[in-house]
Design a protein around this ligand. Structure first.
Ligand code: MGD
Ligand code: MGD
Ligand code: MO
Length: 666
């Protein structure tokens, strides 16, 4: 029998695309874009098809396994759960519950997939990472400046005269944005990309500006200098809605475009032109990516860029905005995490997790539980991560494949994909929420994350966990939204927009800061160890740049994959034996290597082999290798990246990384 189900992509991506799932006799036969999804309108990327390939991949592990010596042994679920429950009880008795580290990230955005947190809170509270590998620095910066997070609806871009893509690569990470940019351009908007590499915007005539990596804060201050000099500030907005303009204007005097030109390696004239473009004929929208905030100075950087919007009044107006994240969900879902049950627990800054795990002694970390994440591949400084995992007695991985992290585990538990259980998914980057039905029965012995933790809670007698069906849990999660008419029944009909999300961010100009104003001058920033005003300090790597490590290493997100997911499904001939090491021909010439050469890329942290590939579309001096390829596939770019923690929000600093490139001797 043939059936079609409406669902959504659960990946942690900008769109959370609407999907139609085709089944025949209990088997998924096709996945396509849902033309009725209001935002993604039937367009999906190649990963939609990959979901189907992954579902039935012969490499997928469909039963629990335990490590014996270096080999895996298949076991029954009962045995696996008894074993795990025993370990957890032992650890609790000997060291306290804080000796368990629970590592849950963004493998899937399904709400019920977060129930592991509830389990560990009922257990007593455990160690968890704090901050994020992803967007934490910029998010914390906006929390200081605006007091919270709001972003414009995507189609509001049609009201913009200028759209600045700042450290963002929509052609790879957010293909739907290209349509919105095109439509805005058709109405006369200019598109400007600020990025050390050229990115696809879909708009002919896009202006590309190539700053030195990690120096965007200075660029924004240089632009501000010009905006003030030209009298282009929005006086009325500044006076009424901002705090600290006079102090900020005094600081900005130290950043004339001529000086900034040297910092960012962009001509002063270009900085001035950018400033006049941004402030001269608005409204102007800033569409942040996350590339410019993967540095040690990133909290400051995002504060400097936010300030551009504040002094020019590009806040609270259609077509304006400093769009960082759509986080209007706070009051939408009822929290299921059970935080009220935790008595113990501690946090470690996420980027430095491995180091902190090894240092921890009160209590030591005795067990790591990994779900929805692949820390061995995705955390920085892989050598340290491996050391940390190997120093811990008992590692559990819940996943589909034996990836780099699962290979380090003692217990592997197979979980279901979004096609085999029901869930609800939200995106952090748009305002839609979607239902994902169970379209087929779980394959093999795989179980949903929810079923795994429910079974474990039942074994351990954790009544507070609550023993509900997925439907009941989802109804609970939606209990507040139900007041606005968004209950499970409604979602089963199709995606719904969060009614609390504004179309224009901060339209009421009521900021959630202590002063109620946009804070150029912020005491909160001081509490968090920063200067009160947005300012520029160089990223860590610039003070360490030497002849030994003369090149900048960027390890951004690739188009065909998401992080480490789906790399194992790329055929060998397409994947190539080694990662591509991309650089400008001038960089190759200066380094003494040629396209096609097998090289070592070495950083202060480690080294990795790759094949040189020359490309014209980036700044000389930059080397690019896409992140996510598994170490077991000769990938593992994070062997090279530093585990530094950013200046705000415990953010990661992957791109604050120098390297050298040299030919392999054999
Ligand atoms: N296909 C695909 N889509 C994805 C993802 C994926 O892995 N694959 N990941 C999802 C997730 S979790 C995220 S966080 C987003 C990320 O989405 P993006 O922010 O678009 O992607 P990034 O790769 O983090 O970096 C974007 C750009 O920042 C630039 N950049 C690097 N350093 C600097 C700098 O110093 N200044 C400036 N101005 N630019 C700089 C890089 O050259 C890169 O082009 O994408 C989401 N979408
Ligand atoms: N060098 C470098 N490193 C980076 C970045 C970078 O730009 N450069 N970007 C960083 C960013 S922005 C991010 S967000 C992180 C992402 O880091 P992670 O979240 O660790 O990334 P993924 O590779 O997506 O790992 C998710 C894992 O969850 C599994 N999974 C998928 N669905 C489910 C499910 O329903 N249940 C369970 N239990 N598992 C599931 C997948 O198979 C996969 O193994 O990586 C960071 N790492
Ligand atoms: Mo991310």
């Amino acid at each position: 029998m043939k059936k079609i189900y409406r669902s959504a992509c659960p990946l942690d991506c900008y769109a959370s695309c609407g999907l139609l799932i085709y089944t025949e006799n209990g088997r998924v036969t096709g996945i396509k874009g849902d033309p009725e999804h209001p935002l993604t309108r039937g367009k999906v990327c190649g990963k939609a098809r990959k979901h189907l390939e992954r579902l039935y991949s012969p490499e997928r592990i469909l039963y629990p396994m335990v490590k014996e010596g270096r080999d895996w042994r298949r076991i029954q679920w009962n045995e696996a759960l008894d074993f795990w429950a025993r370990k957890l009880e032992e650890i609790k008795r000997q060291y306290g519950t804080g000796a368990v580290l629970y590592h849950d990230a963004s493998g899937s955005n399904g709400v019920l997939r977060g129930l592991g947190s509830r389990f560990f809170n009922v257990y007593g509270g455990v160690s968890v990472p704090e901050g994020s590998l992803c967007w934490a620095s910029g998010k914390a910066a906006q929390a200081v400046d605006f007091g919270g997070h709001q972003a414009h609806e995507w189609d509001d871009l049609e009201n913009s005269r200028n759209i600045f893509l700042w450290g963002r690569d929509p052609g790879r990470t957010n293909i739907h944005l290209l349509q919105y940019l095109k439509r805005a351009a058709a109405k006369g908007a200019r598109v400007i990309s600020v990025n050390p590499v050229r990115v696809q915007t879909g708009v002919p005539g896009t202006r590309h500006v190539y700053p030195r990596p990690g120096t965007d804060g200075a660029l924004a201050l240089g632009m501000t200098h010009e905006i003030i000099a030209e009298g282009l500030i929005d006086k009325a907005f500044v006076e009424k809605y901002t705090k600290g303009y006079a102090e900020f204007a005094a600081l900005v005097k130290e950043f004339p475009p001529e000086k900034v030109a040297g910092i960012c390696d962009i001509p002063a004239e270009e900085i001035k032109l950018l400033a006049r473009t941004y402030a001269g004929g608005g409204p102007s929208a800033i569409m942040f990516g996350y590339g410019m905030q993967r540095y040690t100075n990133s909290g400051r950087t995002v504060r400097c860029i936010d300030a551009l919007a504040a002094i020019t009044g590009n806040i609270g107006v259609p077509g304006g905005g400093a769009n960082y994240v759509h986080q209007h969900w706070k009051d939408f879902f009822t929290d299921l995490s059970g935080a009220e049950f935790a008595r113990a627990g501690r946090t470690f800054p996420w980027p430095a997790l491995a180091r902190r795990v090894m240092e921890a002694d009160d209590p030591p970390v005795r067990s790591i539980v990994v779900t929805r994440s692949n820390p061995v591949t995705q955390l920085p400084d892989t050598n340290k991560v491996l050391q940390a995992f190997r120093a811990v007695d008992f590692v559990v991985a819940i996943d589909f494949f034996i990836n780099d992290t699962a290979a380090e585990a003692d217990l592997f538990l197979p979980c279901t994909t979004f096609l085999e259980d029901e869930d609800v998914v939200v995106s952090s980057w748009n305002n839609y929420v979607s239902y994902m039905p169970r379209v087929i029965e779980p394959l093999g012995e795989s179980k949903s994350d929810m079923d795994i933790f429910t079974a474990l809670a039942s074994r351990m007698g954790f009544l507070d966990f609550g023993f509900h069906s997925s439907q009941e849990w989802l109804e609970r999660a939606l209990s507040r939204a139900a007041g606005d008419g968004i209950d499970l029944e409604r979602l089963k009909e199709g995606p719904a927009r969060n009614p609390a999300a504004p179309r224009v961010a901060w339209g009421d100009r009521k900021f959630s800061t202590p002063s109620g104003k946009y804070e150029l001058y912020s005491e909160k920033a001081v509490e968090k160890g920063l200067e009160p005003l947005p300012t520029y300090v160089p990223p860590q790597m610039l003070s360490r740049k030497t002849e030994n490590f003369p090149l900048y290493l960027l390890t951004p997100h690739s188009g065909r994959t998401i992080h480490s997911q789906f790399w194992n499904l790329i055929p060998d001939e397409t994947l190539g034996s080694l990662p591509a090491v991309e650089m400008h021909p001038q960089t190759a010439a200066g380094t003494g290597v040629n396209a096609g050469d097998r090289v070592w890329v070495e950083s202060p942290q480690g080294r990795l082999q790759g094949i040189v590939c020359t490309v014209d579309d980036m700044r000389p001096g930059v080397v690019r290798i896409y992140q996510g390829r598994w170490a077991s596939q000769n990938g593992g770019v994070n062997f090279l990246t530093p585990d530094a923690v950013s200046d705000l929000g415990s953010g990661s600093c992957y791109y604050d990384c120098l390297c050298r490139v040299y030919r392999c001797s054999h």
